[in-house]
Design a protein around this ligand. Structure first.
Ligand code: FAD
Ligand code: A2P
Length: 375
């Protein structure tokens, strides 16, 4: 039997053990807490990149986009960080003046497609842009709810130097949207507004936007272009940058690669910028290839309408030889509906070369070589 004195003595004997355990726990936690604080103190702050000044670009500099400034020399430059975006937003658009607005179609063509140029010289800050970007247009008037119309995007069809090479205009290539509904012809709001505007009219412009369709810097890049209808707009800017003599003097970009345009149009009379393209073929036969798919005049191997994807299949071998070269970029622009057809054609074309398109396409996208803008 334990006596009361023994119990007290036993309890007292455990006190040092309990103190030791508490001491161990406290020091361990303190050390960890200290380590955590130290880590927090020594962790390097995320380097901040200073955004390029999107608003303060002078007119004389409009063709040379500023290089972004960074606070630390170690900061890696973000790709395309120097491309201007959203200089003008819908709340404060720039009011540009229409310089010209003319039809791009020949007699017998289907629909209405116009080339429209706006004067940018009074924009302050200056509305500068690079090839492959788009601008927004806010059509005049109100929608069915009495609210101002929302902006619509249009691919820029001019180079940054403009059609007159003075560096203060922007041009678009616009098809009027028209469709039948319940026996009535419906005209698209903005595309009709644009096709109808006259020189001297003021138009609300936003942007520029878009970094998906930019050209690579390399002069020896190969550029494959797949366009339907007004999808030619960014391609026209690229081709002017590559082959238009005065433009080349301005841009100092000495394109040495191969440019291959696949162009889809319903009729020959609907081919856009055809005279310029023929001139580039004559002047630069080693650097430019032009393949047309005229859907309502030509037939594919199955007897159906000839689409650009049929032309892609016909050229599978040559095209994939180019794609295997890492200097080759592919640009797709125009009807959204062509995407599945192009994918199918690329799958078949790749198979003929023993390649798997569903694996290759994401690789090209990741490498920044597959560029798509469809609508
Ligand atoms: P809206 O009045 O807005 O009518 C369009 C609406 O009509 C559709 O949303 C749909 O609801 C309905 N609709 C359309 N077709 C039918 C049909 N067949 N049957 C029933 N309903 C129908 N366009 C160009 O012309 N050139 C360009 O370079 C160009 N670039 C673009 C770039 C980008 C990045 C994007 C996103 C679009 C581009 N577009 C371009 C398309 C352009 O933005 C407009 O969508 C187009 O002009 C139609 O606008 P809208 O105001 O005339 O038509
Ligand atoms: P089609 O209209 O004969 O079927 P545009 O914009 O001037 O009408 O030109 C668009 C061109 O793209 C036309 O030749 C049109 O042919 C063609 N097209 C239409 N749908 C597709 C598609 N799914 N894939 C590829 N091309 C297409």
């Amino acid at each position: 039997m334990y006596s009361q004195a023994k119990v007290i003595a036993g309890g007292l004997a455990h006190i040092p053990v309990v103190i030791a355990v508490f001491y161990f726990i406290l020091t361990t936690f303190n050390k960890r807490a200290l380590k955590f604080v130290e880590e927090g103190k020594t962790k390097k702050p995320e380097p901040k990149t200073v955004q390029p000044n999107k608003t303060a670009v002078s007119k004389s500099e409009s063709s040379k986009i500023d290089t972004p400034k960074t606070e630390s020399p170690k900061v890696v430059k973000k790709k395309h960080a120097d491309v201007p975006v959203n200089i003008y937003r819908p709340k404060t658009p720039y009011e540009g003046t229409v310089i010209e607005n003319y039809s791009l179609l020949k007699e017998g063509a289907i629909g209405r497609v116009n080339h429209i140029t706006f004067d940018l010289k009074d924009s302050d800050p200056f509305l500068n842009y690079v090839e492959g970007q788009s601008i927004g247009i806010m059509p005049a008037g109100e929608d069915a709810n009495g609210k101002p119309h929302k902006l619509r995007l249009y691919s820029i069809a001019s180079t940054r130097h403009g059609d007159d090479f003075k560096g203060n205009t922007v041009s678009l290539c616009v098809r009027q949207l028209q469709y039948e509904k319940d026996g009535e012809t419906i005209n698209g709001v903005c595309s009709t507004y644009l096709c109808d505007i006259k020189p001297g009219d003021k138009v609300k412009i936003t942007g520029p936007v878009g970094k998906e369709m930019l050209l690579p810097d390399e002069e020896d890049a190969n550029i494959v272009m797949l366009a339907t209808g007004t999808g030619i707009a960014p391609m026209r800017a690229y081709l002017r940058r590559m082959f238009e003599a005065t433009e080349k003097e301005k841009n100092k970009w000495n394109f040495k690669g191969k440019a291959w345009l696949f162009m889809g149009a319903p009729k020959s009379a609907n081919l856009l910028y055809e005279e310029d393209l023929q001139r580039y073929l004559t002047d630069h036969p080693d650097n430019f290839k032009y393949t047309k798919a005229i859907s309502r005049e030509q037939q594919n191997a199955k007897g159906g309408r000839m689409y650009i994807q049929d032309r892609v299949l016909e050229s599978a071998n040559e095209l994939f030889n180019m794609i295997e070269d890492e200097k080759t970029h592919i640009y797709l622009c125009g009807l959204k509906g062509m995407e599945p057809g192009i994918d199918e054609a690329m799958t078949k074309a790749a198979e003929e070369k023993g390649l798997n398109w569903s694996e290759l396409r994401p690789q090209l996208k990741k490498a920044g070589r597959w560029h798509v803008e469809t609508y």
